[in-house]
Every structure is written in C-alpha cells, then in structure tokens.
Design a protein around this ligand. Structure first.
Ligand SMILES: Cc1cc2nc3c(=O)[nH]c(=O)nc-3n(C[C@H](O)[C@H](O)[C@H](O)COP(=O)(O)OP(=O)(O)OC[C@H]3O[C@@H](n4cnc5c(N)ncnc54)[C@H](O)[C@@H]3O)c2cc1C
Length: 323
C-alpha cells in the first residue's frame, strides 16, 4: 500500500476531502491489488460453495488467498485441508491463519513445519479468540501467549511471509490505543511483514490510525480489511464483539431490508464500493476482502476498483463460466 504521505497539510486535506466526496465518479483505478479471505467449509455442500467462490474470484489474480482458523483452533484440520488443496490444485498463493489458542508451542511449530513442507509460504499469525462460551482468553501454559510471540516462533521455524492483525478502532481488550499500537509494533518488529485490519466503515478513522501508526514508527503496510455486508444484524453483532463501530448511516441504509436480499446486496455493493473508492482516493492501493465464502459482492467491488480478470490460464478451474 502506498501510505498517504502527510495528511496534516490543509491543502492536501481539502483536496483529499474533495476526492473522497465523489469517489465513484472519479476515473477507474488501475493500480489496485487485492487478497481474499475464506473460512474452511464444514460439510460437502459448504465445500462446493467455497470452491465455486474461489474459482470465480481466482481470475482476478489476488496477491494471496487466506483461510481462517476457527475460534479456539476448532477448524485446525479443515483449515489445513483447504490450504493444502489450494496449494496442490491451484496456482493461487495460499495464506494459512494460525492462532495461539489451546496448543503448546511444540504443537504450533509442528503445524507450521508441516505447512512449510507442503509448500505454504505465508502465515497469518494471530493470538486467536477463545472457543465460544469460555470466560475469556487464557494462554496455554506451554503456549505462545500473544501474536508477537507466535511471529517470533514462526520465524524460528522457517522463512515464512507473515501477516498479522491490526485494529483501526483498537482491540477490545487493549488497555489503551497506545498499548495496542505498541502490540502491533512488536508483531512487526518480531518479523511480520504486513498487517491486515479488522473490518471498519469509518474511512477517516482508518486514515487517523495510519497517521498514529506512522508516528509510532510503523512503516509496514496496514492493509484495510473490507467486509461487504450480507446480513446487517449478523454483522452488527460481530462488530460489537470485535470493537468495530457501525455508523448510524450504515444502519439506516440497511433498515427495512431484512426480507429483501436482492436490494440488500445492491446496497451492500454500493457501501463497500464507496468505502474502497474513498480509501483509494486517500492513497490506498491494497485491499483485503472478507468474502464470507461468497464471490458476488467481492467480485463486483473489485470490478469497480478496476481489478479485472488477467490474461493467460485461470489460476484455478475454468474461470467465471465454470463457477
Ligand atoms: C485480519 C484478521 C484475521 C483474523 N483471523 C482469525 C482467525 O483465523 N481465527 C481466530 O480465532 N481469530 C482471528 N482473528 C481475530 C483475532 O484472533 C482476535 O482479534 C484476537 O482477539 C486478537 O488477536 P491478535 O493476533 O490481534 O492478538 P495480539 O496482537 O496478541 O493482541 C491481543 C490483545 O492483547 C494485547 N497485547 C498484545 N501483547 C501484549 C502484551 N505483551 N501484554 C499485554 N497485552 C498485550 C493487545 O493490545 C490486544 O488487546 C482475526 C482478526 C483479524 C483482524
């Protein structure tokens, strides 16, 4: 991501503000790269849906596609199977999410070694959330306590590319915004090369986060995580848990559409496209999409961002017509 340079000069701010006001009406960007996040499927039907989405999005030639690791490590085998299949059967670059929860250092190191052996070179290293229903996060007595420790451990295992998580609105358990930035810096200093943000809606808040990160000496890319909203109520519950604020205008845009999925989808595409174009107008060139294993919204937003199918053989399957 090209970091917007100085955002303090008034002239820069006002010209950016003008660009942000009309993001979709500006020329089509041609300099955007994207990555996509999927979660591992829980049954055969979900698996078919996932691979149809992967096939549809693969033609956009993402920098990488990542696969999440269920809370408490609950999808360990399924995450592994999906990542290994991506490596084996496609030309896409897989990134495996890995968390500290519920495992010893030796167990996590063994998982990482196995990933390296099957050709996986990119890990998204996270502390992880505790399993549903538990009181709160408790580090395993022989485990990695925080993501920064996991990053250092992965560095000892092999020369992985490592991404970590960042929180434009702060992580809900952080004692302060400064402490949270320190935690991010420790992860990058330990050997992570970039961070992907928690989803957010407030573009200005993200830019202020970039400013604060830069002032704290963080120069690695902090790639915005974009969540196209498929179900407003579900998203709002998740946002409350992970500390993402939902502006009133988002709620108002989705109001009355609970039983109208088609209009909801159109609105969702508008919201995410405007958010992405506003970010692009502020200098952002890399976007990470939380696809929720659906291709339609992400594909449309990428199209609006100027990300189109590339030449040559499709990296996976037969492309859109085969999806
Ligand atoms: C892009 C992205 C992908 C994700 N993927 C997954 C996934 O696949 N599976 C999953 O279970 N969860 C996932 N999560 C959620 C994530 O695991 C949670 O947000 C988790 O609560 C924090 O993880 P972290 O890696 O940011 O933790 P850390 O960076 O370790 O920070 C956790 C908290 O501890 C604080 N902290 C850090 N170091 C210290 C220290 N030394 N002393 C005291 N406090 C400290 C931080 O400020 C923060 O409040 C993802 C989140 C993002 C943004």
């Amino acid at each position: 991501m090209t970091r917007p340079s100085s955002r303090s000069a008034d002239a820069t701010r006002s010209s950016e503000a003008a660009a942000v006001l009309m993001p979709v009406a500006s020329p089509l960007p041609r300099d955007v790269t994207v990555s996509f996040e999927f979660f591992p499927p829980k049954d055969d039907q979900a698996e078919q849906k996932l691979w149809a989405a992967i096939e549809r999005l693969a033609v956009l030639r993402p920098a990488y596609v990542s696969v999440t690791y269920g809370a408490g490590g609950s999808t360990r085998e399924r995450t592994h199977a999906t990542v290994a299949r991506l490596r084996r059967e496609t030309a896409l670059e897989p990134a495996a999410h890995l968390t500290c929860v519920g495992a010893t250092r030796a167990e996590i190191d063994a998982i990482a070694r196995h990933y390296w052996e099957v050709g996986v070179r990119h890990i998204v290293a996270l502390r992880g959330d505790p399993p549903a229903g538990s009181a709160g996060y408790e580090p395993h007595p022989q485990g990695y306590a925080y993501a920064a420790e996991l990053v250092a451990g992965l560095r000892r295992v092999a020369d992985f590319e490592i991404s970590v998580a960042a929180y434009p609105e702060g992580h809900p358990e952080a004692s302060s915004a400064e402490a949270d930035l320190d935690a991010l810096k420790r992860k990058l200093d330990a050997g992570a090369t970039q961070a992907i943000t928690q989803f957010f809606f407030d573009v200005e808040r993200y830019f202020r986060f970039l400013d604060r990160a830069l002032a704290a000496g963080i120069t690695a890319p902090l790639i915005p995580g974009i969540l196209p909203v498929t179900h407003f109520a579900q998203m709002a519950r998740f946002a409350a848990r992970c500390g993402t604020s939902v502006p009133r205008w988002v709620a108002e845009l989705f109001a009355g559409l609970d039983d109208d999925p088609e209009t909801r989808r159109l609105v969702a595409a508008c919201v995410a496209a405007e958010q992405c174009r506003a970010l692009h107008a502020g200098g952002v060139k890399q976007f990470h999409f939380y696809t929720l294993n659906r291709a339609d919204l992400t594909f449309a937003i990428c199209h609006i961002l100027g990300v189109r199918p590339g030449p040559g053989p499709a990296p996976c399957g037969s492309g859109p017509s085969g999806a």
